[in-house]
Ligand binder design. Structure first.
Ligand SMILES: NC(=O)c1ccc[n+]([C@@H]2O[C@H](COP(=O)([O-])OP(=O)(O)OC[C@H]3O[C@@H](n4cnc5c(N)ncnc54)[C@H](OP(=O)(O)O)[C@@H]3O)[C@@H](O)[C@H]2O)c1
Length: 319
């Protein structure tokens, strides 16, 4: 194992460690995802990650572990200025007057005076006090919410802002407004079963960096994750290169030009997932083609329960 790690470490430099955002800021290409990380386990996981070299953490108000992230950062010896912190605006707070107060609550939870990135968690506005009742108008036109987020950038409390789970139509519509701050990021479900090359290409053409959530296909249990780790294209590439299947998948994401957010609370996996390497072109192409060849599977689509067609992709196969 030691040989494998050193072999990989030797080629680490050949995958980008950062991507450049429209603001000019450099975002680390790999983050520790924190969805479904219980706060008590998250603190230790983040400390292991910081020791391993991770400098990017992806949380959200709704994950309930912002305070754990802040605590782990404070208890580490890594300066705040070297760490990239992302958190997200939950659906119930899209009314413009609600944005700054809930953002301040996130800052308080984190114990920080700024975040590096603040994301609109979904293109869906829920009416206050009525979870699940969707405000169709504000969801279809989130520009007023975006303007409230722009004011956070103006105040210096959010260095960058962006969105999650936007399809191209929704993003183009938002960007057709006279924005003061462009969306730096679109964070979307993206993995071997749902590779969305059209969003990757669109992001590159429009200077919006794409982040892959659920990159191991592990958001909804182990079924699709195990299937991905055992897919012949992944498994054989891993065997050929002396990598693990997880490392191959995470490397593939970065090589596509997307920021990757693997989640783990298991120390050995946190360390494993950070050992990425550039795949030979033939292996990369093989995985890229295999990912696009099978019917696409979307692991999480809340359209039905939220009463709004979030992705507008009738041709996709739901899981
Ligand atoms: N914006 C959004 O709407 C949205 C939605 C979902 C997720 N996200 C973000 O994206 C991050 C990642 O997504 P995700 O957590 O849903 O899914 P994921 O990273 O694809 O999968 C996480 C699962 O994979 C397991 N795992 C991690 N590394 C592994 C490895 N090397 N080999 C085998 N299993 C491994 C983890 O187990 P252990 O923890 O037990 O090790 C966990 O069960 C989230 O944490 C969150 O930050 C954003």
């Amino acid at each position: 194992m030691q040989t494998t790690i050193s072999k990989l470490a030797a080629s680490l430099a050949s995958l980008p460690t950062h991507f450049k955002l429209a603001s000019g800021d450099l975002i680390p290409s790999i983050a520790l995802g924190l969805y479904q990380s219980p706060p008590n386990e998250a603190v230790d996981a983040i400390k292991v990650a910081l020791k391993t070299g991770y400098r990017h953490f992806d949380t959200a108000w709704v994950y309930g572990n912002e305070a754990a992230l802040g605590k782990a950062i404070r208890e580490s010896d890594v300066p705040r200025s070297e760490i990239w912190v992302t958190t997200k605006l939950w659906n119930t707070f899209h009314a413009p007057a609600d944005v700054e107060p809930i953002f301040n609550e996130s800052l308080k939870n984190l114990g920080l005076d700024y975040v590096d990135l603040y994301l609109m968690h979904w293109p869906v506005a829920h009416k206050r006090g009525a979870y699940g009742r969707t405000d169709q108008e504000l969801s279809e036109n989130p520009y007023p919410t975006w303007q409230a987020m722009e004011r956070l950038v103006e105040s210096g409390k959010a260095k960058n802002i962006g969105v999650c789970n936007f399809n191209i139509r929704r993003l183009e519509k938002l960007m057709s407004h006279p924005l003061k701050v462009r969306p730096a990021i679109n964070q979307v479900e993206m993995h071997f079963w749902n590779p969305q090359p059209e969003i990757v290409t669109w992001g590159q053409a429009n200077d919006v960096v794409i982040q892959a959530w659920g990159p191991l296909s592990g958001s909804v249990g182990r079924h699709w994750l195990d299937k991905a780790l055992n897919a012949p294209e992944i498994k054989e590439t891993a065997e050929e290169l002396g990598m693990t299947p997880g490392q191959v998948i995470i490397s593939w994401h970065i090589q596509r030009g997307t920021v990757v957010l693997p989640k783990s609370v298991t120390p050995s996996r946190i360390i494993e997932n950070f050992q990425v390497a550039r795949l030979p072109d033939a292996a990369f192409e093989r995985i890229e083609q295999a990912a696009s060849a099978h019917p696409r599977v979307r692991l999480f689509d809340p359209s039905h329960s939220w009463g709004l067609d979030v992705f507008e992709e009738g041709t996709y196969q739901k899981r």
